[in-house]
Design a protein around this ligand. Structure first.
Ligand code: LER
Ligand code: MN
Length: 273
């Protein structure tokens, strides 16, 4: 398992000098990749980003799309054709950029809150249709869409691993390059019967994983058992990235340092079975 740090900023809103400051600092700490948020891919200097990653021997473990919903209000569940089309188009633009970066795209919050009178049944139909269309598009660019269950305080549906898996099964029917599951142990702690059982359940669908402790702080600062989590993932043969996606407290780089101080030795000691 390789550790990545989820930079809590939009890639398109950072100056290259700021991006490099984070990349170089977390590379020094021992992270192998970074995972920024993204809103507008048109504003990203692709060459500049690639040069920085190369200079520090770092990879991109993915692009997180939640900002598209937060910043613009566009959502995959919207009953308004124009709003939904904007969400789908922006996701495709992000997929194109991810293709150029040889990385993947995460989708969770982009499903969006449901408005008054909207039914989950109808919302699911639109989410499935939109993500199937984006899934076909992603396949053409060798990009994988990673679908995340988000806890009830951030999104009022598709909160458990089981619910995300049943959505995945609907979306993936007939797709040559399936959408994969993104379990986030912070959300799992709030929603699933147990993190180990949900990880085992995730195994056939799994494409990525997010790490944060029970209070969304650095692993080690809450009550999730990360020795168990890392052992479970190793036993599952998971050898992808685990991205540390935490509150930037006391600061972005301090939180990254605290997470690595705790997780680094666990990952190293557990290794892979
Ligand atoms: C995104 O990966 C996530 O975990 C959400 O909680 C975003 O706030
Ligand atoms: Mn997450």
């Amino acid at each position: 398992m390789k550790l990545s740090f989820a930079i809590p900023k939009d890639l398109d809103a950072m100056q290259l000098t700021e991006f490099e400051k984070y990349v170089s600092a977390v590379a020094e700490m021992g992270y192998e990749a970074v995972e920024p948020l993204i809103n507008d891919p048109a504003k990203v200097d692709q060459e500049g980003v690639l040069h920085i990653l190369e200079r520090h021997g770092m990879k991109l473990s993915g692009l997180r799309s939640g900002s598209v919903y937060i910043k613009n209000g566009w959502r995959l569940s919207s009953p308004e054709e124009e709003n939904r089309a904007k969400a789908v188009q922006r996701l495709k633009d992000i997929i194109l950029l991810a293709g150029a970066f040889h990385t993947n795209v995460m989708v969770g919050l982009l499903q969006g809150h449901l408005g008054e009178g909207e039914t989950l049944e109808r919302a699911e139909e639109m989410i499935v249709t939109g993500l199937r269309e984006c899934g076909e598009f992603a396949a053409l660019h060798q990009v994988t869409i990673l679908y995340e269950a988000v806890n009830r305080f951030e999104l009022e549906y598709h909160n458990t691993t089981e619910q995300a898996i049943s959505m995945l099964k609907r979306m993936n029917q007939g797709l040559t390059h399936p959408i994969r599951l993104l379990p986030d142990v912070f959300h799992m702690h709030l929603e699933d019967p147990s993190i180990p059982s949900a990880l085992i359940r995730s195994m056939p669908y799994m494409g990525h994983v997010h790490f944060a402790d029970s209070n969304r702080r650095a692993p080690g600062e809450g009550c999730i058992d990360f020795v168990e989590v890392v052992k479970d993932l190793a036993a599952m043969g998971y050898d992808g990235y685990a991205a540390v996606e935490i509150e930037p407290k006391p600061s972005i780089l301090d939180s990254a340092r605290n997470a690595m101080k705790y997780l680094g030795p666990i990952v190293e000691a557990v290794g892979t079975y």
